[in-house]
Design a protein around this ligand. Structure first.
Ligand SMILES: Nc1ncnc2c1ncn2[C@@H]1O[C@H](COP(=O)(O)OP(=O)(O)OP(=O)(O)O)[C@@H](O)[C@H]1O
Ligand SMILES: [Mg+2]
Length: 359
């Protein structure tokens, strides 16, 4: 097992920075998820850690060993890093056991030791007794577990996953998610896990790194990421956060601040060291928005859409104060909001996004 230190790493392709000055310290045994829009540099970052690409500047350490600097780089096979990609190509002509043991064979590990380690790896991913099957005769989830065992058999100190569940159906994903969590608990392996699925990241990870245009936008525990996004990008990217302009009415004190949002006064959470300013932006989320009575403080507007989703309806609401923004939330049955109708909603709380209105 080993921690991973990514220190001020930049990777440039031609004149394009795919990864820009990223620093992440992954603790020994930590499960780190990496989230971000397509093309933000997630896979590139993983390839740098694995040693398939070299850094343009900065350095990477695995455990205490410096494995990448601009001057040189330890080759992938010497890094003890296991990798599971989205398209986990297995050799179709080999059995499950042969697939799993292939890297040991190449490394000239003797047959006896090989057999034992392959069996251990199969037990670890719950594939005992499947050794003689061919990949074609396995389910998608079982194949994925073969890919996992194939990576684990080399006793990696660090395992990198690049969207390992992207090809699987919803039920299988849930089952594999449980498997990954159990595997992590059992082995304490340090894991870096790229996904597009935010719920998956929240469920599995100790911390989540959000990337944006090659940069690290925020690195935080799932709950902190959700509750206290560091900037507008993270606020809107995580769980469909709604970013709204706000006027500060009473300067922040003790982690709270009173603001005017779309004509409604709301007390929102903020950083304890939030500075005095007049204009700001807040992030609020569906569960913080609800129907308001006519005599209650609230926001008037028009219901744009009401889509029934079983038990709840998703409401999209355009406030009169700024029809360019959309407030969306889920309304449990019975739903009083009808598409096209006038309505009044209330924002109960929110988060003052740090760094000023233009952050
Ligand atoms: N070898 C390369 N040469 C030139 N540009 C590259 C190369 N590899 C990646 N890029 C560019 O770097 C950027 C980041 O790519 P990367 O594959 O890391 O994104 P990603 O976050 O993994 O995206 P996705 O979620 O779609 O997988 C993209 O704009 C991509 O086109
Ligand atoms: Mg990718």
């Amino acid at each position: 097992m080993a921690g991973l230190t990514i220190n001020g790493v930049t990777k440039t392709f031609g004149d394009f920075d795919a990864v820009k000055d990223v620093s992440i310290d992954v603790r020994d045994g930590e499960f780190l998820a990496v989230l971000g829009p397509s093309g933000c540099g997630k896979t590139t970052l993983l390839r740098l850690v694995a040693g398939f690409e070299n850094v343009t500047s900065g350095d990477i350490r695995i455990g205490r060993e410096i494995v990448s600097t601009a001057q040189g780089c330890v080759p992938p096979e010497k890094r003890r890093v296991g990798i599971v990609f989205q398209n986990y190509a297995l050799w179709p002509h080999m059995t499950v056991a042969e697939n799993i043991g292939y890297s040991l064979k190449v490394a000239k590990v003797d047959a006896e030791t090989r057999k034992r380690r392959v069996e251990d790896a199969m037990a670890l991913v719950d594939l005992k007794g499947f050794g003689d099957r061919r990949p074609a005769n396995l389910s998608g989830g079982q194949r994925q577990r073969v890919a996992l065992a194939r990576c684990l058999v080399a006793a990696p100190s660090l395992v990198l996953f690049d969207e390992p569940l992207a090809n699987l159906d919803v039920h299988l994903r849930a089952a594999m998610e449980d498997e990954f969590a159990a595997f992590h608990k059992r082995t304490g392996t340090t894991i870096v896990y790229i996904t597009h699925d935010q719920a998956e990241a929240m469920a599995l990870a100790d911390r989540i790194a959000v990337m944006d245009n090659g940069r690290l936008a925020q690195l935080a525990a799932p709950r902190d990421l959700y509750r206290e996004p560091a900037n507008e990008m993270v606020a809107s990217f995580i769980s469909e956060g709604i970013v709204l302009p706000a006027k500060v009415l009473i300067p922040a004190e003790g982690g709270h601040v009173k603001v005017d949002v779309l004509g409604q006064e709301v007390v929102v959470r903020c950083r304890p060291d939030e500075m005095r300013r007049a204009e700001a932006k807040i992030c609020c989320r569906g569960p913080e928005i609800s129907a308001a009575a006519p005599d209650e403080p609230g926001i008037d507007g028009t219901v744009r859409r009401a889509v029934y989703k079983g038990g709840v309806a998703r409401i999209e609401f355009a406030p009169d104060a700024d029809p360019s923004v959309v407030l969306h939330f889920e309304q449990p049955d019975p739903n009083p909001f009808e598409a096209g109708a006038r309505a009044r909603v209330r924002i109960a709380s929110g988060w003052l996004i740090p760094g000023g209105a233009s952050a």
